[in-house]
Write a protein that binds this ligand. Structure first.
Ligand code: PLP
Length: 437
């Protein structure tokens, strides 16, 4: 029998067949309802079935669905670049089709930046443990996600070099704030060992997503990182594929640390799942040597800047803007966090509630045993049984033995729907308490 999914399902022997979605709910062909408390893979930022977004794709399709980027520009792609410039301050956008490609492009542009400046030796990319930057080889090389990397070690680049800012399981055994941010200072130590003359860029996710479950660094962390990168003449790439486009309560999450990176990767929420599109965003500082040099970015895909995807992303971002969705995130975050704290007080295996905006994480610890992926899978499966979708994350200092989930509902979720998230999570945890051995 032909299959579109070659992945073993988490529950049973086949994936439920989805029929349709409306708002924060998805419905399968058997009529089962799922509350999408993780926006799929932290992607469906406006929920499902938004007519005006779908109409924008139809309207663009009736004009032209595809043009090749080396032959033509198109209006939605240009308007999208202008919109992103206005919202983020980055004048340059390079459109791709996935977060992995956005990270690959960010890395390529960093390398090209130094080449065009006559410094080709600056080619190492530093990154952090417990990170996920994508599944393609370049993005995976930078990723500190042991389980996703290990099969491909023979092909991909070096392991990451820098420890994560994982305060509850500090890799240095220290406690914040007396630690004085030893995790950030480790970047400086690594730069000295490797030599800044050999390093192009440092890449990190503002909040650690799939590889950590919304691990959120302290407030001074990124200004220290930025200062270290700047002083050592290294570009700072921020992977905002999961955190970007309003997810944490600001358009880019790094705004909350008061920091601008040199290059930013965005994806997921950029089109909120209505069409595949992602982007690398660059400052003038990064692009000037290229613009004054070869003027060609040595990258691109057949579907880069696709008119349908660009129209969908533009409609999503305009709606987020006109409906003031981002402005509403903080109060919903506080509301949801209170509910999650209530669950932490009730269920002893909930060890920590963390995150920012509507990117919140729960880390688990079952009776002092590091339960690893098996417990995460059990939580997600029990969630499905209780009609709620949860995003599984790796956790633990080795990225294997810990267990965490991400709660990241659509940003336009109502407080009443958040109460429903709490209700279904509570019954999920009651199921686990009874059944987990
Ligand atoms: N970067 C981050 C921070 C991510 O969370 C992800 C996906 O989860 C990616 C990159 C890869 O994006 P994609 O799956 O669209 O290739």
């Amino acid at each position: 029998m032909p299959h579109s999914h070659l992945i073993k399902p988490l529950i049973g022997d086949h994936y439920p067949m989805i029929d349709y979605g409306k708002g924060v709910y998805l419905y399968d062909k058997e009529g089962q309802e799922y509350l999408d408390a993780c926006s799929g893979a932290v992607t469906a930022n406006l929920g499902h079935g938004m007519e005006e977004i779908i109409q924008s794709i139809v309207d663009q399709g009736s004009k032209v669905a595809f043009v090749y980027r080396s032959q033509f520009s198109n209006q939605p792609a240009e308007d999208l670049a202008a919109f992103l410039h206005e919202k983020t301050g980055y004048p340059w956008s390079f459109f791709v089709n996935s977060g992995s490609e956005a990270v690959e492009t960010a890395i390529k542009i960093a390398l090209q930046h130094w080449q065009e400046k006559g410094r080709p030796a600056k080619r190492r990319i530093l990154s952090r443990w417990l990170s996920y930057h994508g599944i393609t080889f370049g993005a995976l090389s930078a990723s500190g996600h042991p389980v996703r990397r290990e099969r491909f070690d023979s092909v991909i680049g070096d392991w990451p070099t820098v420890e994560p800012p994982y305060c509850s399981k500090c890799p240095f055994g220290k406690t914040y704030p007396s630690c004085n941010l030893a995790c950030a200072d480790q970047l400086e130590i690594m730069i000295r060992r490797i030599g800044s003359e050999n390093i192009a860029a440092f890449i990190s996710e503002p909040i650690i997503g799939a590889a950590g479950g919304a691990i959120t660094p302290p407030k001074e962390y990124y200004s220290r990182i930025k200062e270290i990168c700047g002083r050592n003449n290294i570009l700072f790439i921020s992977d905002e594929v999961m955190t970007g486009c309003g997810r944490t309560g600001t358009f880019l999450a790094l705004e909350q640390w008061g920091i601008e990176a040199d290059i930013v990767a965005v994806g997921k929420g950029m089109s909120a799942g209505y069409a595949p599109i992602a982007a690398a965003l660059m400052s003038d500082k990064v692009m000037d040597p290229i613009i004054n040099g070869t003027r060609i970015i040595m990258s691109g895909h057949t579907y880069s800047g696709n008119p349908l995807s660009s129209a969908a992303a533009l409609a999503v971002l305009k709606l987020i803007d006109s409906e003031k969705i981002i402005e509403g995130v903080e109060s919903k975050s506080i509301y949801l966090r209170n509910l999650l704290d209530k669950l932490k007080a009730e269920f002893s295996f909930v060890q920590e509630v963390r995150g920012k905006g509507l990117l919140l994480g729960l880390e688990f610890d079952m009776k002092g045993i590091e339960t690893g992926g098996a417990f995460t899978s059990a939580v997600v499966a029990a969630g499905v049984d209780n009609g709620i979708l949860l995003y599984p994350a790796a956790a633990g200092i080795d990225g294997r033995k810990g267990s965490a989930i991400i709660i990241a509902p659509p940003l336009n979720i109502t407080k009443r729907e958040l109460d429903e998230v709490y209700k279904r999570l509570r019954s999920t945890f009651q199921t686990l308490e009874k059944n987990w051995k």
